[in-house]
Structures are given as C-alpha cells and as structure tokens.
Ligand binder design. Structure first.
Ligand code: GAR
Length: 191
C-alpha cells in the first residue's frame, strides 16, 4: 500500500485523536498529516504537542467565508479526512472537493440522537433520560446534513439502569477507541 495521508479535525479534548495517532504510529504506511481545530484553547492542541504532531487552529472566517482551509486541504490532498469530535458543520465546498473522503464519528446509534446540537455529553444525557437499554457509536460519511451521511460502521454497548450519563460516555468512548482506528485503516486499505 502506498503511504496514505489522514487529516484529523477535532474541537475539544482530542482523546480520539490521541488514540488514532497512537494506533498508526506502528503503521508506516499511514501518516497523520495534520490535526485541525476550531478552538484556540482546545486540549487536543496540547495532546498534539506532546505527540509531536502538527496542529493548526482556524476560525470561522478561514473555514466558511474564505477558501483558506479548503486550499490547505487541497495542498495536503489527504486520502481521508476524519472528524474526531469536531463540532462545526463542514462547508459544502469542502464536501464537494473530497467526495466519500470525509468521515465522522457520532457517539450514539444513528439515526437516533443525531442532528444539530446533539454532541458529546448532550447525547449521553438524552440517552439516559429516555431510559435506553443500549447505546453505541456510528461512523459515517459526511454529507451536507448533520449526522445523515451513509453509515459505515456501528457498534453497541449495553446500558444498565444505574449508569449515569458519565458512565454511558465512558462505555461509548471505549467503543470509539476500539473501533475507530480499525475502520479508518479498513477504508484506507479499500481505496
Ligand atoms: C466523541 O465521543 C465523539 O463521538 C463526539 O465527541 C467526542 C469527542 O471526544 N462527537 C460528536 O458528538 C459529534 N457530533 P474526544 O475529544 O475525547 O475525542
């Protein structure tokens, strides 16, 4: 396999970014070209510094109103763009420039608990409030609508009645760490 390049987008803690970076550290055919974030003080930036991975912060103007990030991505020409806890909607021009090359992870079993405003702990609180007996993860392609692109992979976890939202989050994160890097690798292999 020729060397594949990934670009990661994240908005917050970046524990998935760290897990993906560590997974591919032992795989010489996959390079993390860059980590991009929309939050200047996101913890993911500290993680990248520690992991010796380049990270870049951008604002709404660069992302939505100019072609700055689009041109940056075109320059990198990544084989896959991976949203790992990224909370802004991807502009249509970026989606069009990278057809079937942008994927997202969502911390629930879509189509349940998806859409605008459904992210992170909000999802787990809603799952708890509805007394669900299971939750999970969904890895899907990104299209113009939040959480509506074709599903690539789902994995489930059981929820017990005494699990609170944090317990659910921990179970879902464990699934993310287990499945996300492998799904990324599979997609790269099948290109
Ligand atoms: C992850 O659980 C991811 O599924 C979720 O944000 C978390 C980021 O955690 N994404 C969404 O909610 C997108 N709608 P991390 O920063 O520790 O990787």
């Amino acid at each position: 396999m020729k060397t594949k390049r990934i670009v990661l987008f994240a908005s917050g803690s970046g524990s998935n970014v760290e897990n993906i970076v560590q997974y591919f550290q032992t795989k010489p055919n996959v390079t993390i070209a860059s980590v991009l974030t929309n939050k200047r003080d996101a913890k993911v930036i500290d993680r990248c510094n520690r992991l010796n991975i380049s990270s870049l912060w951008f604002n709404k103007i660069a992302f939505q109103e100019t072609d700055c990030i689009l041109d940056l991505l075109k320059g990198i020409n990544p084989d896959l763009i991976v949203l790992a806890g990224f909370l802004w909607k991807i502009p249509e021009k970026i989606i069009k420039a990278f057809p079937n090359r942008i994927i997202n992870i969502h911390p629930a079993l879509l189509p349940k608990y998806g859409g605008k405003g459904m992210y992170g702990n909000r999802v787990h609180k809603a799952v708890k409030e509805n007394h669900e007996s299971e939750s999970g993860i969904t890895i899907h392609y990104v299209n113009e609508n939040y959480d509506e692109g074709a599903i690539i992979h789902q994995a489930k976890t059981k929820i017990s009645a005494d699990d609170n939202a944090d317990d659910i989050a921990a179970k879902v994160h464990a699934l993310e760490y287990e499945h996300f890097p492998k799904v990324i690798e599979q997609l790269l292999l099948s290109q």
